[in-house]
Design a protein around this ligand. Sequence first.
Ligand SMILES: Nc1ncnc2c1ncn2[C@@H]1O[C@H](COP(=O)(O)OP(=O)(O)OP(=O)(O)O)[C@@H](O)[C@H]1O
Length: 332
Amino acid sequence: MTDELSPRVSPNELGFEGALRPASLEEFVGQTKVRGQLRLLLDAATMQQRTPDHILLAGPPGLGKTTLSMIVATELGKPLHQTSGPAIQHAGDLAAVLSALTPGEVLFIDEIHRMARSAEEMLYLAMEDFRIDIMVGKGAGATSIPLELAPFTLVGATTRSGLLPNPLRDRFGFTAHLEFYDDGELAQVVSRAAALIDFGIAAAGVSEIASRSRGTPRIANRLLRRVRDYSLVHGVPGDEDTVHRALSLYDVDAHGLDRLDREVLRAVVERFGGGPVGLSTLAVSVGEEAETIEAVVEPFLVRTGLLSRTPRGRVATRRGWEYTGIPLPDAL
Ligand SMILES: Nc1ncnc2c1ncn2[C@@H]1O[C@H](COP(=O)(O)OP(=O)(O)OP(=O)(O)O)[C@@H](O)[C@H]1O
């Protein structure tokens, strides 16, 4: 997949992303329902002087989960401790994090579905009773020592909420499902970011970036950066023409599809007669990892109505055929 259109963050853009993060719920664009629900949750907790319920943020990468966790901490006026599922490979890793929390602190665990099983069990007790049992010794002489924790709010983020075990999911008082953004919302994201990086861009250019950003603020901000670079290097204004030129350099087409999206769609149509075709066969035929196809390419193609998922495999829709320009067989 072209780096430009990957919804995942690359290490060298962390500073840029940090600078563009909205700092309050009011500044956070879109997700109106989730924002309203979070506002109520946080205000009620503040009025009752208690920690809010634990919060689970579910949704594809780049839609604002990390940003929302930071906003929760800021709104509560408490520090934020950030970690991630892959960093918690043993119960001891989690015990070290939990025992260091101060009262009211917000603990953000990104990719919480990737945490070790042994740690998950420790987390159940911690979430429910603000307590953990630490095992000391081994075999017959092993004993468990209870440890009281400071009350905290857990914010878990996951791109795969279906992979979370039920006992863990049930312990979150509130689950927010983040949705892809529409073009109008993405245009707001782009305008806001352009003002922050002091880049003058015409309204038509803003809309053009928005419509190619696959419903994802992270991609919108990244495309904006590419356009800003192009404008700077070539000494041209941030108008629609500059946006076209900059984005065609990165192989992003007018629908926001990149090389890999197009290859996947063409493979389904050309090599498998429109499908159905299984995920792993499709991945091999385009030389890409099945996980990337499933997590990144497919959701976008399905959302734009070019591909559909059926129990027997992936199938190109009528629009998908039309997009490739290959004539649709009469039978379809
Ligand atoms: N609603 C929004 N309004 C304005 N900017 C946003 C919004 N959501 C996300 N962004 C911007 O998009 C970028 C990515 O957001 P963030 O890191 O919060 O995504 P994420 O869902 O946590 O991604 P991942 O799952 O990869 O960690 C950030 O720079 C953030 O400023």
